[in-house]
Design a protein around this ligand. Structure first.
Ligand code: ADP
Length: 487
């Protein structure tokens, strides 16, 4: 493992190159993803607009044909143009109106009267015609859409007595030739939404009036949308699907980059961790070769102890790495015994106080009430030691550690609080990940491999429990371990 680690160190450059490759890949995927989504959306919009236009035209054509049929059938079947009532009303009115107009000598008064006459014609033809009612009935009887708006535009109004008086003529209206019935019916308006059902010249004893009757199906867009709902839904679905696929790919790449970063950081940290005891041992070996040292038994003993201590540390590091790589392949094997938790806690904390925690102020409060748990004592000791040594390590003042222990429902709860540097919110989410080191705990200031808390979490979970963290930067952190008791 150690050999492999050194080989890994030599491959550091390869990792860096890999990292750059992943970043380039990520940017390419981001660019291609966004570009393909934009292209897809544009193509879909283009297609949908095309289909919409087509459907719109189709709607107008079919509804024009239906209106033609309807109008034809009304004329033939009911023998009416739909303007009979209008005819009677205009006849009565125009007889009076033409006389009044003749008696007005003042041209401005005559113009005002003409305007009144036009307004009256306009109201009567719009309000009193039977055509819209007959059309609605015809459409309704055949299960067709009968929700239409209608509008009657007057093109020309003339009053007739001995001579013809022009009352109104629309701008650009072409006077009809004898025998010409005016505009052809069943045309679309320029907007393409109204259908010209009929152009008629209504005639009575004293008037002649040319009109256009338009209808406009008000539910047209709703109906077209309904028809298109299937293809619209599918196209939205395909865009969403591509979006989701893109997001998953992007997330995977981001995750890949994060892992690659972690791996590189781990190798950097491990190099640092392994190099320190190794160079101490090398220097100690060289020291032992010096004749003046060999002559001094005390110095030989001191150097041998140093070599021994550093070898143990080296061994521990290698064992930890080996063990974790073994967990990846095999299930955690625990050697559990039923123990009284307070006893174990006292043992571990006491030995920590006399070892790595000698410079820390450690206080504890236990309310376990004799609770018993099934524990692998060796692993549990490692768990607690990791938490306690982190509490000492990640502190920039005299470490103060507060250990609380109590039972809660069917668990024992152990809280280890410190007055250390704290962990920010983002790092709190990741500190239990393998190889993760918070940015403040970088290799140069606090040494470590990012495995301690991963170890803690794995051990707690293997006992059926869990570990959580709460922390405030600059104030300290609290790690809470829960492990089920035995009932
Ligand atoms: P290591 O200590 O080897 O880096 P750990 O898994 O033990 O790895 O811790 C992961 C990270 O969590 C550390 O790098 C450190 O930033 C942060 N951390 C852990 N314990 C504490 C603590 N008590 N106070 C502040 N930060 C901590």
């Amino acid at each position: 493992m150690f050999y492999h680690s050194l080989a890994g160190i030599n491959k550091l450059n390869n990792f860096e190159t890999g990292k750059i490759m992943i970043m380039k890949n990520k940017n390419t995927v981001l660019f291609l993803g966004v570009a393909s989504i934009i292209v897809l959306i544009s193509v879909q919009v283009f297609i949908i607009v095309g289909v919409w236009k087509q459907k719109n035209e189709m709607f107008s054509i079919t509804h024009t044909i239906r209106s033609m049929e309807a109008y034809g059938s009304i004329r033939r079947g009911l023998m009416t143009t739909g303007f009979d009532t209008v005819g009677i009303l205009l006849d009565q009115y125009s007889w009076k109106a033409v006389n009044e107009l003749h008696n007005l000598k003042d041209p401005s008064q005559a113009e005002a009267k003409k305007k009144d006459i036009f307004d009256y014609f306009s109201v009567v033809v719009n309000k009193e015609q039977d055509l819209s009612g007959l059309l609605a009935q015809y459409f309704g009887d055949r299960g067709m859409d009968k929700n239409f708006r209608y509008n009657i535009n007057i093109n020309k109004v003339e009053l007739i007595e001995n001579d013809t008086i022009l009352v109104y003529e629309k701008d650009g209206f072409k006077s009809r030739l004898p025998g010409d019935r005016g505009r052809k019916p069943f045309q679309f308006e320029e907007t393409g939404s109204s259908i010209l059902v009929t152009n008629q010249t209504l005639e009575g004893n004293n008037y002649r009036c040319n009109i256009d009757f338009y209808i406009d199906f008000s539910d047209k867009h709703k109906l077209i949308l309904k028809e298109m709902s299937g293809s619209l839904g599918l196209s939205n679905f395909s865009i969403i699907l591509v979006g989701i696929m893109f997001m998953i790919t992007f997330r995977n790449l981001t995750e890949e980059r994060r892992l690659s970063n972690l791996k590189t950081d781990f190798i950097n940290n491990m190099t640092h961790e392994l190099k320190t005891p190794l160079s101490t041992i090398t220097v100690a070996g060289k020291t032992l070769e010096m004749p003046q040292i060999r002559a001094d038994d005390a110095k030989i003993l001191e150097t041998a102890k140093l070599i021994g201590k550093q070898s143990v540390h080296l061994n521990q590091l290698i064992n930890m790495i080996l063990e974790i790589s073994m967990w990846e392949r095999t299930q955690f094997q625990l050697d559990k015994k039923t123990v009284e938790i307070e006893e174990v806690m006292n043992d571990v904390v006491d030995s920590f106080k006399s070892g790595g925690g000698s410079n820390a102020e450690i206080s504890h409060k236990y309310h376990f009430s004799g609770a018993k748990v099934d524990l692998d004592v060796v692993y549990f000791t490692t768990l607690l030691n990791n938490l306690l040594s982190n509490a000492v390590k990640y502190s920039d003042r005299k470490p103060e550690i507060d250990i609380e222990g109590f039972t809660q429902e069917n668990n024992i709860c152990i809280k280890v609080s410190d007055n250390g540097i704290g962990i920010n919110k983002i790092d709190q989410k990741h500190v239990f990940d393998k190889f993760y080191r918070a940015s403040t705990g970088n290799i140069h200031k606090f040494k470590g491999l990012g495995l301690g808390l991963y170890y803690v979490k794995k051990i707690a979970e293997a006992h059926g429990g869990d570990v959580t963290v709460s922390s405030r930067i600059g104030k300290g952190s609290t790690f809470t371990v829960t492990i089920p008791t035995i009932s």
